[in-house]
Design a protein around this ligand. Structure first.
Ligand code: 17E
Ligand code: FE2
Length: 411
């Protein structure tokens, strides 16, 4: 199969990308526009990209907002309390149905790689068991990485350590954490040592909800980064949210950034979620409550954007469209200069793939899996400005989804 007349990011001209046996077999520069023949797919000069990536979403909690009660304060902590009420009633089938519906919403928007945080502070590990089945059942749509996420703490939840170990034993891919929620600073620190030991021992990736608060004294990021540095695990470790960094002063941050760079860890920011949940204890002036995305990026470190929630106890909106989060994130993080806009898709494609350690399983290169998306725009800038839709999504060299563009007719 050939995809003709494709614009590729960061390359000049038009290309034909050829897929064979589920892999990309050739990338050929075209001198001119070609006419489609046989089973060619015509990109018509639009962008052909590696799939969009969702690096951070809670698929166990998705589509539960207001059930049984709405989060009225809009804080992270009320979200955790409301989720606790819903968690008491989840069933295997209910969890699977909501996760499958959400994965279809993601796939519709050209996403084919997903990392999901699943709450394992539950003596039955019910949501995790459901999600392990979903990971297999949804394979034709997305590659799913499951994080064992201790929503109510590792040290401050009964049997928290044992539940984390069991979750990895059952087949979770990534070790999670939530040090800022542990009862004491010491527990936060020991939870990070525990989870890094577990990940190192079991050969797992790490993705910690880290300092998701406006409290400038929440400084677990330095602990996570140092553990990653000493163990040489930086590229396998991710710090999610790190919203407290938006409240750290510059003197501390300048010291912190040196360590962060040495550690080589990755960052995920969820800007729509954080602008909603943070700043809740401020009057005016009100903090943005978002980590220093532009500064992390400009310091040469890896940072990407995630959605976090779709209609759950923490965040009532969301629809699976990661370009909506990119749009909001660029605004919120002051990344609207031309150079940022011109490479903005990095934040939802290549940078996210690096966070997920996808390596050679991702990217438009000969020999890599033929997972490709045609976006209805000719550049990153236009894609984000016009909120371009995925027109065709190809997975393993087969068309997975096509979208008929909407047509507007004036009277
Ligand atoms: N749980 C948490 O601790 N933080 C979040 N942002 C969500 C769930 C969505
Ligand atoms: Fe999260």
């Amino acid at each position: 199969m050939n995809i003709i007349n494709a614009t590729l990011r960061k390359r000049q001209g038009l290309f034909t990308v050829t897929c064979d046996g589920g892999r990309i077999s050739a990338i050929t520069a075209q001198p001119d526009l070609l006419l489609a023949k046989d089973d060619d797919i015509d990109a018509a000069g639009q962008l052909l990209i590696a799939p969009l990536v969702e690096p951070h979403i809670h698929l166990d909690a998705t589509l539960t907002a207001g059930d049984p009660q709405w989060n009225m304060s809009g804080t992270l902590f009320e979200g955790i309390e409301r989720w606790g009420q819903r968690k008491a009633t989840i069933t295997h089938e209910d969890t699977k149905a909501r996760a499958h519906t959400t994965i279809r919403m993601l796939a519709e928007h050209g996403i084919q790689h997903v990392r999901t945080h699943i709450d394992v502070t539950d003596p039955t590990l019910g949501a995790l068991k459901a999600m392990l089945e979903v990971r297999e059942e949804a394979r034709h749509l997305v590659d799913l990485q499951i994080v064992a996420f201790p929503q109510e703490g590792i040290e401050s939840y009964d049997n928290g350590r044992a539940l984390m170990e069991q979750a990895i034993e059952l087949g979770a891919d990534v070790v999670g954490g939530i040090p800022h929620f542990e009862n004491t600073r010491e527990q936060g620190v020991s939870s990070i040592k525990f989870l890094m030991d577990l990940a190192e021992r079991r050969g797992c990736l790490v993705d910690v909800h880290c300092d998701e608060t406006d409290d400038p004294h929440s400084r677990f990021l330095e602990v996570l980064a140092e553990e990653a540095r000493v163990r040489g695990m930086g590229s396998r470790v991710t710090a999610s949210h790190t919203t407290a960094m938006g409240s750290y002063d510059n003197a501390y941050c300048s010291k912190l950034f040196r360590l962060l760079k040495h550690s080589g860890i990755n960052f995920v920011s969820c800007p729509t979620e954080s602008i909603h949940l943070q700043g809740r204890f401020d009057t005016f002036p009100k903090r943005r409550g978002v980590t220093r995305v532009a500064e992390i990026d400009r310091a040469g470190m890896n940072v990407c954007f995630g959605q976090d929630s779709i209609k759950d106890p923490w965040y009532p909106l969301g629809n699976g469209n990661i370009l909506r989060v990119l749009d909001a994130g660029l605004h919120i993080c002051h990344m609207m200069g031309f150079e940022d806009l011109a490479r903005s898709l990095d934040l939802v494609t290549d940078n996210s793939a690096r966070t997920l350690n996808l390596g050679e399983r991702y990217g438009i290169e000969v020999g890599r899996p033929a997972n490709l998306v045609i976006l209805d725009a000719e550049s990153d800038y236009e894609a984000v400005r016009r909120q371009a839709k995925a027109r065709v999504s190809i997975r393993g060299g087969q068309v997975l989804m096509t979208r008929v563009p909407e047509r507007v007719e004036f009277a």
